[in-house]
Ligand binder design. Structure first.
Ligand code: URP
Ligand code: ZN
Ligand code: ZN
Length: 463
């Protein structure tokens, strides 16, 4: 199969120019300004006049089909990846979970089973380690050989995923030896649990207390500590879902010192705020996630971090629970509301609209934050994350002028609400190719569940 994408503006992290992309099979054959002579020799021509031609989005933080908070996230690998494709994302890196007393291989195989036959786009896995044992520490190397080259550890959620500093440090040391990266959920869960207990004793049960018992300092302290532990262990650390300016200060200071400290933020922290928890009734439960939404003033600092490369990626932390089911578990106790919100489908449009169209970041930086930089940090580049000969033909024809209104009923995520309901955004993914196959044509899914492939990611030693 040969496809020509003609007449668009090709945008990568570094370049922007009018040109054509010629695809042979699953990969990009050539890129140039004079490929129209090929039009008669190809099977399909996609007219991209007036559109941006960008590398497919890469979302390195999703939780599909994840048991959590007494229930399960409601998008599985089929519904979640089809929604992702609609939104211009062609790769996800999801989190497999090692169960207490289980092995890492069991966890990886379980999550491979969840994705196989279902995923519509390519996927990889990080590994959540729920505990440290000498056996698990030893096993980490075998996981890296399978392409699971990052491990997520938690300073939050005591009794669930929480690991103490000793365990974290040992996992970090091992990751340093084997070329893996540590992803850190940086919140001081021990202090937060005290605050939750005290709030509940005072009868403070509404959703807003989720935010009020998880102060930004608890995130900043844990961010500082995880970077210090990683420095001593000699391993790169990637702070996931960074929400607060105080935490960002810690990352900025570390990077200024030349440390391998990286961080992502998510659209919810750029576009929503603590005010959402004050919505009437139980509405605030829709926004219960950890870390929580912060005061609006943080948003400006996060945008500045994105612009200046103190933050290197925007991912989604997509972890949806229905408002009318899962979220109701916490009707009488905010601490029982399952943590997480939907976002896999709306990331590219929200960040284009709020970032590029609003003049906060360049279009190149947008591509870098949503595709190139996560591909580099997590061992997928240059197969993914750019438009260049030899790279996978994961390409989005993106209409920068089209507008859409975000509504749960017209989006494809398997969840009964949307945190951005009614928000008008400029910039829409129109046509999406995954390894050369058109999987979204004029905003309509034309791919197949199960066509997605597992991505064996590179370790730092294979760069
Ligand atoms: O609230 C969140 N973030 N839910 C997903 C689990 C996690 O900590 O990433
Ligand atoms: Zn987390
Ligand atoms: Zn998460």
């Amino acid at each position: 199969m040969k496809t020509l994408i003609q007449g668009g503006t090709i945008v990568t992290a570094s370049d922007k120019y009018k040109g054509d992309v010629l695809i042979y099979g699953e990969t990009i054959h050539s890129v140039g300004s004079d490929l129209s002579a090929q039009a008669e020799k190809v099977d399909k021509v996609i007219d991209a006049t007036g559109k941006l031609v960008i590398p497919g989005g890469i979302d390195v933080h999703t939780h599909l089909d994840m048991p959590f908070g007494g229930t399960s996230s409601v998008d599985n690998f089929e519904t979640g990846t089809i929604a992702a494709a609609h939104g211009g994302t062609t790769t996800v890196v999801d989190f497999a979970i090692q169960q207490r007393d289980g092995t890492l291989r069991q966890a990886w195989e379980t999550w491979m089973g969840k994705a196989e036959g279902k995923a519509a786009i390519d996927y990889g896995f990080h590994m959540i380690m729920s505990e440290h044992t000498p056996e698990l520490e030893k096993e980490m190397g075998a996981l890296v050989d399978e392409g699971v080259t990052s491990f997520k550890l938690f300073m939050a959620y005591p009794g669930v995923f929480y690991m103490d500093d000793g365990g974290i440090f040992r996992c970090m040391q091992r990751s340093g030896e084997i070329g893996a990266t540590i992803c850190m959920h940086a919140e001081n869960g021990i202090v937060i649990d005290v605050l939750i207990e005290q709030a509940l004793r005072r009868g403070e049960i509404e959703p807003k207390y989720h935010a009020l018992t998880r102060p930004p300092r608890a995130e900043a302290e844990a961010t500082h500590r995880s970077i210090a532990l990683a420095e001593m262990a000699g391993v790169p650390v990637y702070i996931v879902h960074l929400s607060a300016a105080e935490a960002l200060e810690q990352v900025t200071a570390a990077r200024t010192r030349g440390l391998s400290a990286y961080a992502e933020t998510c659209p919810q922290y750029l576009f929503l705020s603590y005010d959402n928890y004050e919505e009437p009734g139980f509405e605030g439960a829709k926004y219960v996630m950890s870390p929580p939404l912060r005061d609006k003033a943080n948003q400006k600092e996060l945008w500045r971090g994105l612009k200046r490369n103190d933050l290197q990626a925007v991912s989604t932390d997509h972890c949806p629970f229905c408002f009318n089911e899962g979220k109701q578990l916490g009707k009488d106790d905010f601490s029982k509301i399952p943590n997480g919100a939907p976002g896999i489908e709306t990331r590219m449009s929200l960040t284009y609209d709020g970032g590029v169209a609003a003049g906060r970041i360049s279009v190149n930086r947008w591509v870098e934050l949503t595709s190139t930089s996560p591909a580099k940090i997590f061992g997928l580049f240059p197969r993914k994350g750019t438009i260049a000969p030899g790279s996978d033909a994961d390409i989005v024809v993106f209409d920068p002028e089209a507008e859409t209104v975000l509504r749960a009923k017209s989006l494809h995520m398997n969840v009964d609400y949307n945190p951005y309901e009614g928000r008008r955004v400029k910039g829409v993914s129109e046509t999406v190719l995954s390894r050369g196959e058109v999987i979204v044509e004029k905003q309509s899914f034309s791919g197949k569940a199960g066509r997605g492939q597992y991505l064996r990611r590179k370790s730092r030693f294979e760069e």
